[in-house]
Design a binder for this molecule. Structure first.
Ligand code: SAH
Length: 239
């Protein structure tokens, strides 16, 4: 029988490796999913692929799993980053969840001139990325970085990484992404779009490609999914 529950754990995974469960994980497996000793689950930790494991001990507040065999090797996404300006909470959560599903290596919330929120809950966003990986069968979890100013990120930019600057003023222009890009990034602005100052700075960089996402102005969360789709199709692991 194939294991249904997929669980992200921090522990190293290898044959015979035991994994102690946190209280929340024990509650989920034994309280919610009603698993007992001998039941099968899938584990991954973002480094060692996916493992079939069995429940060795099940308790109310804890438990132990034992890894039996590797069922998938580690599949890392392309070296693609998503830079986005945080928007309303539910839409920001959506962006992180979808980015993890679409296959990005890193998620960088950036504060732009017209970004409303000055703080994010990085740990909560990271938990959304973990849940998305659990759900979509991924073996890798993209890291969610702390909120940084866009200018700071650009100050330290490695020019070998091409940046797709999704700019709403490009509405309706063509947007074919082409060529060989080994490491890239997509930048999505907030509800208010980008400032002229940001536009000037970005378009002046040799590593920037200005990208249109079609004839309609998309909401930032839609734009993030659309841009990642284009990138994956042109350069990534969907080809
Ligand atoms: N307030 C702005 C729209 C911002 S949409 C305006 O009215 O013009 C939020 C973000 O989504 C934008 O900053 C851009 O990164 C992206 N976006 C939305 N539609 C786009 C399009 N058609 N082409 C390129 N980027 C787009």
């Amino acid at each position: 029988m194939s294991a249904k529950v997929r669980l992200y754990v921090e522990h190293p995974l290898g044959k015979g490796q035991t994994v102690e469960l946190t209280r929340d994980q024990a509650h989920y497996l034994f309280g919610v999913m009603r698993l007992g000793p001998g039941a099968q689950v899938c584990l991954f930790n973002g480094r060692d692929g996916e493992w079939r494991a069995e429940v060795a001990e099940a308790g109310k507040r804890g438990g132990v799993l034992r890894a039996v065999e590797q069922t998938k090797s580690l599949q890392t996404p392309p070296d693609l980053w998503l830079l986005f300006a945080p928007i309303k909470k539910a839409r920001t959560d959506f962006i992180v969840e979808k980015a993890a599903e679409m296959g990005v290596a890193r998620i960088l919330p950036v504060q732009t001139d017209f970004t409303n929120s000055e703080r994010i809950r990085r740990d909560r966003l990271q938990a959304h990325a973990v849940e998305a990986a659990e759900q979509c069968g991924g073996t890798f979890v993209p890291q969610v970085a702390d909120l940084q100013r866009l200018d700071t990120v650009l100050d330290g930019w490695d020019a070998a990484r091409r940046l797709c600057f999704c700019d709403e003023v490009e509405v309706g222009r063509s947007s074919a992404l082409a060529g060989v890009v080994a490491s890239g990034a997509v930048l999505i602005g907030p509800e208010g779009g980008f400032s002229e100052r940001e536009r000037t700075r970005l378009t002046g960089q040799p590593y920037v490609d200005v990208v249109s996402l079609g004839p309609r102005v998309l909401r930032a969360d839609t734009a993030a999914v659309a841009a990642l789709t284009l990138w994956q199709q042109a350069h990534g692991d969907w080809r």
